[in-house]
Design a protein around this ligand. Structure first.
Ligand code: NAG
Ligand code: NAG
Ligand code: NAG
Ligand code: NAG
Ligand code: NAG
Length: 459
């Protein structure tokens, strides 16, 4: 009896010692393309959330103060796109060099303020997989699995259990982020959640459900309103559209309206729906760009989806990179938006502003942001549902500011526009010059936005 108690005590002590630190086997000791030590500690590996599901994560310790800075989860969308897109193109500590063979420091990394946790979700996306290849996914299961992934992370990194937790993401992350937050808040209330306390979320250019907004059958309504404000459409066609299209009653265009909308889209050319003022850079490394030099694509209805995976695919399909980040080679090549064979996704959440946001806003800080160079999920959509929550306004539409240093002088410049509501400071902000993936074209503003969120500073 005594003997076994002692053994248990030893086992407990070992467990505690083991549990008190990050998993050393997951630490990235060197990254191909980067020479010398990493700017902060990085960990990459799998979160085993069930017998069969292996969720890949990449954790970047804060380069500021990892022992006190919050943990910020990041989720890209799709569904079917990898959160490593955020790591390499948006706010990770590195960007690719011009030819993609090396990594260069990126100074507006979110890891300069926070401990960043990138999660590739759900299984079948990126390096995440299921040992039984069961890849029929949906919103509810993904929210549950993402909570298990967060909890598993904190069981591997218990030293972060007392930090503040924030969840951020964009695009279809507009579903992932609030549904994960809702799941964590409910589990917190019923005492089953194990992990750092959730303090807030931020969603950029996000979807809101299968029956609302551009992701829910209302694309013509919000996209048209957006495009009529650009310099891309013949003014006489704009007038005709304004006269023929009334979306106040129905988001389905009338026949005469549809004819005019087709005319508009057929004349836009191959502008990138995610970045209307940028170039269309599209494809994996083994595909061509959308519009190679000398070719025309008159059949492309604009705006068109240009998904850049060229340098990231080159990099993440390298065997030495996969070994360095402790991941298994996927069945198909890794790509920014690529999934395992047989992967399906059922979007089964209908209307998050109606069904989930009131509960979430009651409990934590919520910032809905929108890069204003995007037609995929344009600001016209996000502004409509946020104002449609019908909370009293605390601070009406106004510019928000961030600091810019140029030619040796620091000045406050307009980051975008904000509306703050009198319900736990629920906030909608635009980011001036932000594309669908805001930090790609507006890195300083995006970093300022993160700072507002995690430091609880209003806009
Ligand atoms: C998670 O699963 C992987 C692959 O099955 C395995 O190699 C690893 O040891 C597991 N990790 C933990 C902490 O159980
Ligand atoms: C980025 O930060 C590094 C280290 O602080 C600095 O040496 C470098 O000049 C910065 N680069 C740019 C483009 O500001
Ligand atoms: C607690 O809440 C979570 C999230 O909604 C749910 O999955 C779980 O079943 C609940 N557990 C209990 C014991 O009520
Ligand atoms: C909305 O639709 C109803 C029924 O189809 C119609 O009676 C009404 O006039 C419409 N309102 C507007 C503003 O078009
Ligand atoms: C800009 O920098 C100044 C000086 O550090 C500071 O007082 C001010 O609050 C900053 N403004 C913003 C918007 O961050």
């Amino acid at each position: 009896m005594q003997h076994s108690t002692a053994l248990v005590a030893v086992a407990m002590a070992l467990l505690v010692a083991f549990a008190a630190a990050a998993p050393s086997g997951h630490e990235i000791t060197a990254l191909p393309g980067w020479s010398g030590p990493l700017p902060s500690r990085h960990y990459s590996g799998y979160l085993n959330i069930s017998q069969t599901k292996r969720i890949h994560y990449w954790f970047v310790e804060s380069m500021n103060n990892p022992t006190t800075d919050p943990v910020v989860v990041w989720m890209n969308g799709g569904p079917g796109c990898s959160s490593l897109d955020g790591f390499v193109y948006e706010h990770g500590p590195f960007r690719f060099s011009e030819d993609g063979t090396s990594l260069v420091r990126f100074n507006q990394s979110w890891a300069s303020l926070a401990n960043m946790l990138y999660i590739e979700a759900p299984v079948g996306v990126g390096f995440s997989y299921a040992t039984d290849s069961a890849y029929a996914c949906n919103d509810d299961q993904t929210a549950y699995d993402n909570r298990l992934a967060v909890q598993t992370f904190f069981s591997l990194f218990p030293e972060y259990n007392q930090h503040d937790l924030f969840i951020t993401g964009e695009s279809y992350g507009g579903i992932y982020v609030p549904t994960l937050a809702e799941s964590i808040l409910q589990a917190t209330e019923n005492g089953t959640y194990k992990g750092a306390p959730l303090k807030g979320i931020a969603v950029g250019n996000g979807c809101t459900g299968n029956e609302i907004g551009v992701c829910g059958g209302e694309r013509d309504k919000y996209e048209t309103e957006y495009l009529l404000g650009t310099a891309f459409v013949d003014p006489s066609l704009k007038d005709a559209i304004r006269a023929a299209c009334d979306f106040s009653n129905s988001s389905v265009p009338s026949m005469p309206c549809q004819v005019l909308l087709n005319k508009m889209h057929n004349n836009l050319g191959n502008i990138d729906m995610y970045n209307i003022y940028g170039s269309c850079i599209n494809g994996d490394s083994n595909q061509v760009l959308r519009a190679p030099l000398g070719k025309t694509y008159t059949d492309i209805r604009g705006p068109t989806a240009c998904i850049d995976s060229i340098l990231a695919s080159n990099y993440f399909n390298r065997a030495d990179v996969q070994a360095a980040i402790h991941v298994q080679k996927p069945v198909e090549r890794w790509s920014t938006c690529g999934t395992a064979p047989g992967w399906t996704y059922n979007s089964n959440r209908a209307n998050l502003p109606r069904d989930s946001y009131p509960y979430i806003i009651e409990h934590i800080k919520v910032v809905i942001y929108n890069g204003d160079w995007d037609t995929c999920v344009p600001y016209t959509d996000n502004v409509a549902w946020t104002s449609g929550m019908n909370y009293p306004t605390k601070a009406a539409w106004h510019p928000w500011f961030y600091n810019v240093t140029a030619e040796g002088v620091t000045s406050e410049q307009v980051g975008g526009y904000a509306t703050v509501y009198d319900k736990n400071d629920f906030t909608f902000v635009t980011v001036r010059g932000g594309r669908h993936e805001v930090p790609e074209t507006a890195p300083d503003k995006a970093l300022a936005l993160l700072s507002h969120l995690i430091h609880g500073v209003g806009f």
